[in-house]
Design a protein around this ligand. Sequence first.
Ligand SMILES: Nc1ncnc2c1ncn2[C@@H]1O[C@H](COP(=O)(O)OP(=O)(O)OP(=O)(O)O)[C@@H](O)[C@H]1O
Length: 256
Amino acid sequence: MRTSPDTADAVVRFESVGLRYGNGPEVLQDVSFSLTRGSFHFLTGPSGAGKTSLLSLLYLARRPSRGLISIFGRDVTAMERDELPPIRRRLGVVFQDFRLLDHLSALDNVALPLRVAGVSEADIQKHVPELLAWVGLADHLNAKPPTLSGGQKQRVAIARAVINRPDVLVADEPTGNVDDRIAFRLLHLFAELNRLGTSVVIATHNEALVRRFAFPRLHLEAGRLAVLPPLAEAEAAGPTAETFPQALTDGGGAAR
Ligand SMILES: Nc1ncnc2c1ncn2[C@@H]1O[C@H](COP(=O)(O)OP(=O)(O)OP(=O)(O)O)[C@@H](O)[C@H]1O
C-alpha cells in the first residue's frame, strides 16, 4: 500500500470521507485528516456542522457512504462486523448522552472496561475509587446514574472512557454539563492522558477551553473539514503529573 511519510504513523486516517443519512444530502463531504499517536485536537464548528457524525465514524458506530477510514493501520470500512470489537476496545468514547448503565453503580460503570479486560478485583477496587475521587465523585461511588446530576453522570462517563488508557479517546461535548472549574480540570485529565500517548479528539462548543489550551482544531463548517492551528499560544498551567490518579499514571494504565 502506498503511504506518504506524514500518514505512515497515523493511528487514524480519513481520506475523502463522505456521509449521508439514508437518501439525504451528504452531512460530511470530502473529509480528510490523520491523527498521529499522541496528537490532541479540538473538534469545533457550529451546531449541525457534523461533529457528532464525524465522531460516530471514528468510534465505528457508522460506516461512511464513501471514502476510506483506517484505524491502527486497518481499513475499517471494509471490515466484517466481528472484526471490529478488538479495535473498539482500544478506543475510549465519551458520548454526548453518557450511555451509562442505570442499574450499575458509578463504580461498577467505570469498572466495566477493566472487568472486560480481565483486571483483578483488587486493582479495580484500588484504581476506580481513586479516579472517581479525582473527578470529584468520592461521595458517589455507589450511586446509580438515575440519582446523579447531568454533570456527575458526565464525569462517570469520562472516568469510564479513560480508565484503561485507550489508544484513542473521542469525547463529544465532555464538559457540556459542568462549570468552568471542573471543565478545566477535566481538560487537564485529557491532556495528561495525551501526554502518556493517547490520541485525543474533543468536540466542544466551549470557546474558553479552546482558547486556553494550545491544541490544533479540526473545524467543521457545513460538513467540510479544515485543520486549523491552535487558538491559544501556550498551554495553561495545570495540575502536575504527580497529582494525577495513579490509575492513569501507574505502570501504563489500570488495564495494562
Ligand atoms: N440520525 C440522523 N439521521 C438523519 N440526519 C441526521 C442524523 N444525525 C444527524 N443528522 C444530520 O446531520 C447533520 C450533522 O449533525 P451532527 O449531529 O453531526 O452535527 P453537530 O455538529 O454534532 O451538531 P451539535 O453541535 O448541535 O451537536 C445535521 O444536519 C443533522 O440534522
